[in-house]
Design a protein around this ligand. Structure first.
Ligand code: SF4
Length: 322
């Protein structure tokens, strides 16, 4: 498999200041030593609780925010060492689909102008070419040309997310970060958007980082799954292997927290104790030890490495170290 991204030792620490003098009094540790590759044409599902660092990771690899340290190679080139004017091709080739379609479309612009914007930003001025591409993309997202003269408020949440997706893919990017793209939508609409994204992935040979807290959506859409806890990847596996054979206690807890229907009652057998610790004061050792039912003494002082347990299956836990 060919790599599109190689991400090495990625750290993102946000300084916390005291407000008056601006003195740094600590850091929020959003990402801690993340190492992962993203392969061409795959959908990598990134799952974890809210606040685990998933969106920060997506924003870092798009270079929408600059990480504290580490390296991010896109097609073999380190995007973190590039200047703004050297990132034009990267910007065109990478896009973000936001969680909230209500916020991501300018309410004062007609859909035609919203879809025209990426061409203008990238210096493409040929009117005929723009018009043809806009009409093609509208058909690709299953909508009619008549939407082009309307405004975002005239559409439902699902339709707006289709339009936001159209804008993201109109210049045929290689890579998309889809950050919880269906979590603001009705359940009845979610499947339509997920199906649209999988169709587009096939049609346009897209590579995607799909961020979600919902394991059922991750199962449906992903080729591989990465689990993130307090800014660290704790398990990484091919999708079928992950869903059949997940190992990390946090992955187990995520599965156990999914409600199941049994004897006409909805119940869950959550083994997660307490809340996600604050990232400005993460636990020592293994960051999951404060909530882990299997924690040992050494888990409080030593942080295990993400190690390959089997081909294409890595886990960060002392329980599985050989
Ligand atoms: S290293 Fe220890 S605390 Fe961390 S997940 Fe494994 S058993 Fe639990």
């Amino acid at each position: 498999m060919e790599k599109l991204f190689e991400i090495k030792n990625l750290n993102m620490y946000y300084p916390v200041t005291d407000g008056i003098l601006g003195n740094i009094k600590g850091y929020v540790y959003a990402l801690n030593n993340v190492n992962i590759d993203i392969y061409k044409n795959e959908i990598l599902g990134l799952v974890g609780e809210s606040g685990s660092g998933k969106s920060t990771f997506g924003n870092c690899i798009l270079k929408l925010i600059t990480p504290t340290s580490g390296e991010i190679f896109f097609e073999g080139e380190n995007i973190l060492t590039k200047k703004k004017n050297q990132l034009k091709t990267f910007r065109k080739n990478t896009q973000l689909i936001f969680q909230n379609p209500y916020m991501s479309l300018n309410p004062r612009m007609k859909i035609y102008d919203i879809l025209k914007e990426p061409f203008i930003v990238n210096g493409i001025k040929n009117k005929k070419e723009i018009e043809e591409k806009i009409k093609k993309i509208v058909s690709l997202i299953g909508m009619q040309d008549e939407i082009l003269s309307r405004y975002p408020h005239e559409f439902s949440g699902g339709q707006r997310q289709r339009i936001a997706i159209a804008r993201a893919i109109i210049l045929k990017p290689q890579f998309i970060v889809a950050d919880e793209p269906v979590s603001a939508l009705d359940v009845s609409i979610q499947a339509q958007i997920i199906n649209l994204l999988t169709d587009l992935k096939q049609h346009l040979n897209l590579t995607m980082l799909f961020i979600s807290h919902d394991l059922s959506i991750i199962k449906y859409i992903s080729d591989r799954v990465a689990v993130m806890y307090l800014g660290e990847i704790v398990e990484l596996a091919e999708k079928n292997e992950f869903f059949a054979n997940h190992k990390h206690p946090y992955s187990q807890a995520l599965f156990d927290a999914v409600p199941v229907i049994s004897d006409d009652k909805k119940h869950s057998k959550t083994i997660l104790k307490g809340d996600l610790p604050l990232p400005n004061n993460p636990p020592s050792g293994c960051k999951f030890h404060t909530r882990c039912p299997y924690a040992m003494d050494k888990c409080k002082t030593e942080n295990p490495e993400l190690k390959e347990l089997a081909p294409n299956h890595s886990v960060k836990c002392f329980l599985f170290e050989k």
